[in-house]
Design a protein around this ligand. Structure first.
Ligand SMILES: C[S@@+](CC[C@H](N)C(=O)[O-])C[C@H]1O[C@@H](n2cnc3c(N)ncnc32)[C@H](O)[C@@H]1O
Length: 387
């Protein structure tokens, strides 16, 4: 549907008021074919999830590019230390570019990433101790967060830490404030007053603890407005509602390259076996996982029948929005905020997850079509929700 008031234009897309959903939406300014990339974008901030890091998923501390070789990755996830992967020429990891912070030893995939991290936030939050410092205020905050939010993870307090550290480090704070203000940041849905999952009653006292620890770690005149009770809730809601999940994996880069080059059909059987073994050993936890804030991507609304997917073609935090159907000029672009499993569930279950995480009642074309479905969750789905 065409929009009325255009507010922003960028390479084939514009951000303007969405008539079907709340607030803004992303619209095309030309047609796109199925499979075509609509935008590629670097995040304002990104960060690996805290438990994902603690469990040894090894990613660049700035851009989340995998740091393991594909073979190391497959060995760890299958718990088979002797596993050998053929076609090492398809491995996307080149360790000769890796560098560490000389003060705390966090690892980056390149000097460029190390420099960008330092200039954006790392100078402020580096613990200055090789291998980490459990008594550092940022580490205490991270530990408190981990005790409140066990996997599967959907967000991380460390994204908030990077935003606050950037506020302290940068000179043009108003620019960052403008970028953050343009993201969706309400703590409750104004009409229905449903609170964000991260701000629910069970987190009320925990939120105060997180605010206190954040103040100890990053309380400065530059950050004071974000560390008031309301400012802090707003920031938590901002990372919760706008955070785009990122997944990177050295093994899947290798699989893609082997498949693209059609090197050797017998490798297919090996790949299937390794994926099965990974599933047995590591379940769903196959990727380096994290979350990022994107200026343009965060304007994309959800549909249970999306016309686009978010992908990570460079196996780092650069997102690409790719058409999954042919899209007309002036059509709104939708992704699914739900993963494939949740997307296959009933209207009631899908809407429940969206309400808890994004504070809206989904009224997409599929939800409208299924409006006559019973407003309840089946027993099977309830047991899945409890898992
Ligand atoms: C990442 S933002 C998307 C951009 C947002 N519309 C804005 O104005 O900034 C996510 C929020 O958009 C709204 N939204 C996204 N998809 C929606 C949908 N299908 N129906 C209603 N609201 C939706 C919800 O308020 C949600 O919390």
């Amino acid at each position: 549907m065409a929009c009325s008031k255009e507010t922003f234009i960028n390479h084939g897309v514009k951000i303007c008021p969405s008539l079907e959903t709340q607030g803004r939406g992303l619209f095309t300014t030309r047609s796109f074919k199925n499979g075509e990339t609509i935008i590629e974008e670097q995040p304002l901030f990104s960060c690996q999830f805290s438990w994902n890091y603690a469990y040894g998923y090894s990613a660049c501390d700035f851009c989340m590019r995998p740091l393991e070789t594909a073979e190391e990755n497959a060995r760890r996830l299958t718990a088979k230390p002797d596993l050998i992967l053929p076609h090492t020429e398809c491995d996307g990891t080149d360790k000769s570019f890796h560098v560490i912070c000389s003060k705390c030893a966090v690892t980056y995939c390149s000097v460029e990433c190390k420099d960008q991290a330092w200039n954006q936030y790392h100078k402020t939050i580096c613990c200055n101790m090789l291998g980490g410092n459990p008594n550092h205020p940022v580490e205490k905050l991270n530990e408190a967060w981990k005790k409140m939010h066990y996997p599967p993870e959907t967000s991380t307090i460390m994204l908030l830490v990077r935003i606050l550290a950037n506020f302290i480090q940068r000179s043009d704070r108003e620019e960052l404030k403008g970028q953050l203000m343009s993201l969706c940041h309400h703590t409750v849905n104004e009409e229905e007053t449903i609170a964000h999952k991260l701000l629910g009653q069970e987190f009320e006292s925990q939120l105060e603890l997180l605010r206190d620890l954040s103040t100890k770690a990053l309380g400065m005149p530059e950050t004071n407005e974000f560390l008031t009770p309301q400012g802090f809730r707003s920031l938590i809601a901002l990372i919760g509602r706008n955070g785009q999940g990122i997944g990177t994996s050295a093994f899947s880069v290798w699989v893609r390259k082997v498949s693209e080059n059609e090197i050797d059909p017998t490798t297919d059987a090996l790949i299937d076996t390794i994926y099965q073994e990974m599933e047995t050993e590591s379940g769903d936890f196959l990727n380096n996982e994290g979350s990022a804030l994107f200026a343009i991507q965060s304007a994309v609304n959800h549909s249970c029948e999306p016309n686009c997917v978010s992908t990570f073609p460079f196996s780092n935090h650069t997102v690409a929005l790719v058409a999954s159907k042919d899209i007309e000029e002036n059509e709104e672009v939708f992704i699914s905020y739900l993963d494939e499993c949740a997307l296959s569930r009933s209207r009631h279950s899908r809407r429940k997850i969206l309400e808890e995480n994004y504070l809206f009642h989904c009224n997409c074309s599929r939800c409208q079509l299924e409006a006559d479905e019973p407003d309840m969750t089946s027993e099977d789905e309830e047991s899945m929700e409890d898992d």
